[in-house]
Structures are given as structure tokens and as C-alpha cells.
Design a protein. Sequence first.
Length: 629
Amino acid sequence: MCGIVGYIGNREATPILLSGLKRLEYRGYDSAGLALLEDLPRAVSTNGHSSSLINSTRLVIEKCKGKVTDLETLSARSPHHSTIGIGHTRWATHGIPSDTNSHPHTDQQERLAIIHNGIVENYSHIKDRLLARGHTFRSETDTEVLAHLIGEFYAEKQNLTEAVRLALNEVVGAYGIAVVAADSPNEIVCARKGSPLVIGVGNDNDYFIASDAAAIIAHTRQVIYLSDNEMATVSRSGIKTRTISNIEITKQVEVVEMELEAIEKGGFDHFMLKEIHEQPQTITDAMRGRVIEEEGNIVLGGLQNHLDALRQAKRLIITACGTSFHAGLIGKYMIEQYARVPVEIEYASEFRYRNPIVNDDDVMFGISQSGETADTLAAMREGKRKGALALGIVNVVGSTIARESDGGVYIHAGPEIGVASTKAFTSQLTVLSLLTIMLGRMRHLSVVDGRSMIRELLEVPEKAQSILDDTESKIEEMAQIFKDAANFLYLGRGYNYPVALEGALKLKEISYIHAEGYPAAEMKHGPIALIDENMPVVVVAPQDDVYEKVLSNIQEVRARKGHVIAIATEGDEQIKKLAEQVIFIPQTLPLFTPILSVIPLQLLSYYIATARGCNVDQPRNLAKSVTVE
Ligand code: M6R
């Protein structure tokens, strides 16, 4: 989704802004732009005969539809020297991707420029008012309306911070913004509500602004996170923070732990492939320091203050979106089987608006890689408002969901840059496995069973590595066979039904092939009508409790000439006779199978997408973190 970068200091701003924007490309975007405040020496006549040079500042805007490299080319055509500027990558919400709709946007007088993540929900109301006052608009965006509104207040107050503050008091919606003005050349004003914003404190009186710390950690690790309804005026001499209701506040400087190498490709062609290959390590990292094998138990630091609530909970509610939702669905199966607590799972976007029943003794888990997904955040807030304990299962440290939750568990997968989530999914499943054992041990699970589950789980990273080692080249070849299919069906049962959903989501996200995931037995209730000799059907069929049933489903596909690609357990001779293609995965306990069975599906999507020439790391129309509802 949209990205923000800002810089003020003593160095040339353009390269800092462009490299920051490149670090944000993974979030998904369709256009990019910069606003710079350029110092121009200007000759003024002093006594009618002689003249002297004074500095005046000019607002320069460069923006275009397309990639940051297009913006770089545009910018190189006529370089501007500036030590203060803001940059943006836009993911279209209001108005098509176009040069005009790209950010930054300016006010009526073109004195100031703004970049904005989020949505101004009441923009048409404000726009009507401004139109009546003679304003004219170039773009179709809500952001330009906000620029004009700030401009109105700026003309009146001659103070940029105050102008931004007053305008934001009229805004309904979500924003992370940064604003510069030609006649306030020594400050950037930024603010947040519902869309993350971080300010980096450099070593040399220089400051950075970003919607994601990844954009600035090459320069500094000292950061201030703005919270909702807070704003900052950032100048070369420091940062002043206040709320948008004008109460001055003091913010803590925190240290970001993220390593630069972790956000680089490390020799792989794409971040997605790198992240698929990181999984043996990231699964291990999700367990690190949390397992007490001898006691058959688990310690999750961020839940220690809530053990009574978890022990007494009559019901758990899991809420999430996309891939995180699929992890949650597997979590429901695991927890209900081993801890015998009812678990409701719901898409966050549904939960937040349907007036759900929430009891005081419910415990809610929000699962989110980014920790910024607007629907998940809103669903968590709604659950909290209604009395539930709200806990997060989150990857990004310091993200909004992490900070707003009553407690929670980090999955420790490291930065996930590829838009299609891979390693975060298996880390979420690992944490849900730990949670299952912990909740089970609070209830009916014996120490012996806890121990044997832990032993199995500890072997999963090595098994994940063997899948990568043994299956990747075969999957790459298979991708050549199936890359031109128009549709795919994914089937699975029990723990592997959500894996089928996830496999289908991965394929459609990055290859643009239509794919559906189904519980295998549901096929005969409708989707079977689609099966013919052109339909590849991926069946996740490990040897578990429902294995024989899945074999029958495979027979049903074959009888209609569908092409079966099976994900099966090593040593399964029977399935070789039924399926056209088989990818083997090592045996494990059924509840841990999804951590392994999803890996071949990730690879299959990746190789099909690259065979079709798709941009796997930045698929069209998709954003890494969906901060609008
Ligand atoms: O950051 P989150 O886990 O909250 O994101 C949720 C979904 O937007 C995300 O999983 C999305 O479906 C991915 N593109 C999946 O690959």
C-alpha cells in the first residue's frame, strides 16, 4: 500500500528519498512522486543601480505513474538541489493510477505539498465546500482536497503546523501524512491516524520520516513512533510532538532491531523465493526460547500476564485477513482438537461491522503479519470495546496491532518483503502450534503428550529444509507443464483444507490464474462441474485421518479427466498410481502437516508466475499491507 518517506538535514534529499521509496516498493504501488524545497539564489535590486543575491525557496514536484525507477529517470533529467523533501509511492484508492493522481498534491496557491497514506472519507463534503469558495482541482484524489484544506488554514494562520492541525480536525478517515511548504523551508509537518508513521533521528541534525522503518534504517535506527491523533513538526534543530487537539507530548526514542541484510535479496531472484527458502530458519526462530521440552510445555512471554484469562476462557475468537486468516483457520482446528476450547474464526472485515456477540470471558486473537491491516485492527478494537481480552499474533515489531493489543506473541519471521505472504504463514502456524500445546497443557493434555508434540514440532524445520532440497527442481519443471492453464482447483480436508485455500490464494495473487480452494468433499456439491481435461487439480493428501476419503476425491477428479497434482507423504506408493504428479513431504503429526504441505504450493505458485513472466514480488493491484478498509 502507499509509502511515505521524508528527509530534512544537510545532505542532498533526492537520493535519500528515492532509495527510501525503493525500500517501500514491496508494499505495492502504482505511481511515485517527490516534493522538494529548492533554494534559489535570486537577484534583488537594492538601490536601483546595484543588486544583491538573496535566497528564495521554490516548491518542486516530480511525479509519475509507474515505478520508482521511472521517477528516478524523470528526476535525473533536471536535477534539483535540496536538503528537505518528501516522497511517496501511491496505491490507487480514489482515482485511477495516473501522473495527475500521483502524490504529492498541492494546495490552490501551490505553496505547499502533501503526501498521504489512507483515505479521507469525508473528502467529497470538504471538496464541495472548497469548490463553492472557488477552488479548482486537478486530480480525482481525496488527498488533493486535504492539501487545499490545509492551504486555506495556512493562508489564514501563516503557521504550517497549525494549518495541518486545524485541517486534520475536520478529517474523517485514516491518514499518515507529511507536508512541506515553500515559505516554511525548515520544517516537515507529519501526522498519523490509522496509518503508521515513524520519525528517524539521524546523527548529524538530520531527520527522516517513513511509513515503514525499512525505508530509513540504512540511515538510522533511532526512531519515534507516532500514535494515532499525534503529529510532529520536524526541523533541523529537533522534533516537536503534539496531539491534533494541540496538547504537547514527549515521545520516547526507540531502537529498531531490523537488519539491513534482512530486507535485501541475498542472491535470490526475488524476495518471495528468498522468503520461501528462509522458512527452516524462521520456523525455528518462532520456537526459539519458548519450548520447555521436559515439562511438555510452552512459555510465551507476551501472554504471561494473561494466563488466568486464557485458562478460564470459554471461547476464543480469531480474526484476520487473507493468508493470516488461513493460518487462523488451521489454528481453530488445532486448538479445538488439543485444548478443547471452542474457537470462532471470522474475517476481520466481517467481524467489525456485524455487531458480533463478544463476552467478557472471551479471548480474542488478531493475526497479522504487518500488524497494520486496517480491518484486523478495527476488529480488535471492536472486540476490546466489547470486553474481550485482545491479543496479537504479529510479525512487525512495534506495529499498531502489536502496540494496541493487551498482549501477544511475535512470530519473529523478520521482514517479509514479497507481497505474497510465505514465511509469515508458516511462522504463524508455528506460533499457533505452540499456543495449542500451551492451552492444551492448561486443560487436558498430559505432559507425555505435550512432550511428544514438542519433539515432533522441533523436527519440522529440518523437514521443511528437505522439502526445499528435494522438490524444488521437480516443481520448477511442473510449472512449465501447467503454466498456461486458465483455472486451477485446490482440494484438501481437515488441517489441509485451509492449506488448499492458501495454495489457491498464492497462485491467483502472483500468476493471475484463476484458482479456487475447496474442502475436498465439497467438490461434488458443485465445483466438480468444472473438471475436464483442461483442469489441473492440486490435492493436498498426506496420510492422516482423512487420507482414504481424499483418495476417493482424487478418483472422482480422474474419472472426469482432470490432472491431479498430489502433495503426499513420503513412502506413499498408492498415490503414485492415482495422481499424474506427486510431490512428497515428510511425515509429521497431522496438526503440523500444513507447515510442510504449504511449501510445495508456495513453490508451485512462484515457478508458474515466473514462467508466465509475472512480477512476483509486486503483483498488480496488490499491496503488502492493506491499511485501508
Ligand atoms: O499483514 P496481514 O497479515 O494482516 O495481511 C493480511 C492480508 O492482507 C495478507 O495476508 C494478504 O492476503 C497477502 N497478500 C497474502 O499473500
